[in-house]
Design a protein around this ligand. Structure first.
Ligand code: HEC
Ligand code: HEC
Length: 209
């Protein structure tokens, strides 16, 4: 077991440095998960991965209600492992992984609960589209403080603090396609399906959970 952990630490130390993202990004979390967690926790977070199988470990079920009800920051602390009882077979990720990466991981693990399924779009392309088509109202930061919204005094949503019910990918996508209320335009026909997926992914990456 010790050998395995040493090996893991060696991989980690040579891995890419954390990107300077200020937002948590479940897509980055997914890459990290595949590299460092899947071998014990399985692809879906609840079946044993090959390494856990081989070593006879019993990894926690990452889809459990207890873990899924946590906020990303709290889950990141749990993953970091500070305060975990000694003798645990779960590595102390906090000693080798930057805080931001723990947050990306937490965001990805929280997407295991069904209504937060990871959007299939590309958040980076979505960001570019958002900057050109949406900032007038939704603001550069997605907080609803756009110039146009301010000028005409529209009551805006703040994407960085969406309620869980609206932070769901399906409902965000529907609003982008169909529009909402008097001021949110319908983008059906203007943006194609892929572009709407990209925007949805970007907006979900803004949501602090
Ligand atoms: C070497 C196998 C192994 C790897 C790799 C691994 N885990 Fe674990 N994990 C475990 C085991 C075993 C447990 C059960 C806790 C125990 O035995 O003390 C666990 C428990 C957990 C828990 C529940 C909290 C706790 O402390 O029990 C979380 C959350 C978790 N792992 C996340 C992760 C994440 C995220 C990664 C990747 C960065 C990861 N694990 C990589 C073996 C592993
Ligand atoms: C002319 C102003 C305006 C523009 C431009 C605009 N929006 Fe909106 N948007 C709004 C308003 C106002 C709301 C709130 C509607 C309501 O709740 O009645 C909204 C709501 C939304 C919601 C729903 C949030 C929730 O809580 O359900 C999404 C998603 C959204 N906009 C995405 C976009 C995207 C993506 C673009 C660019 C392609 C965009 N909007 C461009 C004004 C705008």
């Amino acid at each position: 077991m010790k050998g395995v952990l040493l090996l893991l630490s060696a991989i980690l130390l040579t891995a890419h440095p954390a990107r300077g993202d200020e937002h948590t990004d479940a897509r980055i979390g997914k890459h990290l998960y595949i590299s460092y967690c899947e071998l014990c926790h399985g692809e879906d977070g609840k079946t044993k991965g090959a390494l856990a199988e081989k070593l006879g470990l019993k990894p926690a079920d990452l889809t459990s209600k207890t873990l899924q009800s946590k906020k990303a920051a709290a889950l990141a602390d749990i993953i970091s492992g500070y305060g975990r009882k000694t003798g645990s077979n779960m590595p102390q990720w906090g000693t080798v992984m930057p805080k931001q990466n723990l947050l990306h991981l937490a965001a990805y693990i929280l997407s295991f609960s069904s209504n937060n399924a990871l959007p299939k779009g590309d958040a980076r392309r979505g960001m570019a589209l958002f900057k050109s088509a949406c900032v007038a109202c939704h603001g550069q930061a997605g907080d609803g403080k756009g110039v146009l919204a301010g000028l005409i005094g529209i009551n805006m949503v703040d994407f960085t603090s969406l309620q869980p019910a609206s932070a769901d990918g399906k409902s965000l996508k529907k609003t982008i396609l169909d529009g909402k209320g008097a001021f949110m335009p319908s983008w059906k026909g203007t943006l194609n399906e892929k572009e709407v997926d990209d925007l949805t992914a970007f907006i979900m990456s803004l949501t602090k959970r």
